[in-house]
Design a protein. Structure first.
Length: 290
């Protein structure tokens, strides 16, 4: 039984990830990943790679000059951004943007801009939680949060008409979650699809794990590893009206159940207020090229 299931998944993986509908990893993204993984990678290596993509550089500089990082000084070049924000921050921004840009150039059916906006908010929320709890590197977490739902983009491009129907059906169903609708339609959910893409593109382990596990239940006393922070941020963003301020009671229940890192409803209210203030900056960041 286990062998037949593994065979089924392997066949399904090949049908989805190797399909002509999906983009292959761009050369520039591969170069960014080489900088991410390279033990001897330097600021100059990252700057040289990013300067080959003016739109990417412009978007990173736009966010660097916003209130998101809280710097008052003007950042006019990528090298200056690395100097002020840090190598890790700029590297994370470049990686997250380039992965999404690869998919955003070919929207079919599902509005990927809305998915990108949600993902950016989850990335920002995960970053705030990581900063507050000191449980993980905030910039690594930001990238993992930014890419946690990339499997939904995979479905949107691989099965445009079918996935639009699945999303609409899930939106009308107050009982059955989206992942169950996905499993019924495709045999896997978007978390699995995202993990497969991450593995195929050799994305960082923290990104792949967050994509694979962000829909898992967060059990009591769960250690706030990167995937759990992203999963928590994803739920809290879904449960919070960042414009009106209303928070679903499920958020308090989840935080009480987790009981970790000093997180509580008052703490989330504080972080949500910061996140609400970052929305306009994030919108400029994911709003397209300069």
């Amino acid at each position: 039984m286990a062998t037949s299931e593994a065979t089924r998944l392997a066949r399904l993986r090949a049908q989805i990830i190797n399909a002509k509908d999906l983009p292959t990893i761009p050369v520039l993204l591969a170069r960014i990943l080489a900088v991410v993984d390279g033990e001897r990678s330097s600021t100059r290596d990252l700057v040289e790679v990013m300067q080959r993509d003016q739109a990417l550089s412009a978007r990173v500089l736009r966010l660097a000059n916003s209130g998101f990082f809280g710097f008052a000084r003007e950042v006019s070049t990528v090298s200056r951004a690395v100097m002020i924000l840090g190598f890790g921050s700029v590297r994370s921004l470049a990686l997250g943007v380039k992965v999404w840009d690869t998919f955003m150039g070919d929207e079919r059916g599902l509005k990927l801009t809305e998915l990108w906006e949600h993902s950016a908010l989850v990335g920002a929320a995960a970053r705030l939680i990581a900063q507050r709890t000191r449980a993980a590197d905030p910039e690594e977490i930001f990238t993992a949060g930014l890419l946690h739902d990339i499997g939904r983009a995979v479905f949107a491009l691989r099965f445009p008409a079918e996935y639009t129907k699945v999303v609409y059906a899930a939106a009308r169903d107050a009982v059955t979650p989206l992942v169950e609708h996905e499993r019924a339609a495709f045999g896997i959910d978007h978390a699995q699809a995202g993990a497969w893409l991450g593995e195929a593109w050799a994305l960082p382990v923290s990104v792949v794990e967050a994509a694979a596990r962000h829909e898992e239940p967060i059990a009591p006393a769960t250690v706030l590893r990167p995937w759990a922070i992203v999963a928590l941020a994803n739920r809290l963003v879904h449960w919070t009206d960042l414009d009106g301020g209303a928070i679903d009671p499920a958020a308090e229940q989840q935080l009480e159940t987790l009981g970790a890192g000093g997180l509580s409803l008052p703490v989330w209210v504080e972080l949500a207020a910061l996140l609400q203030g970052q929305k306009s900056d994030l919108r400029q960041f994911f709003g397209g090229s300069a």
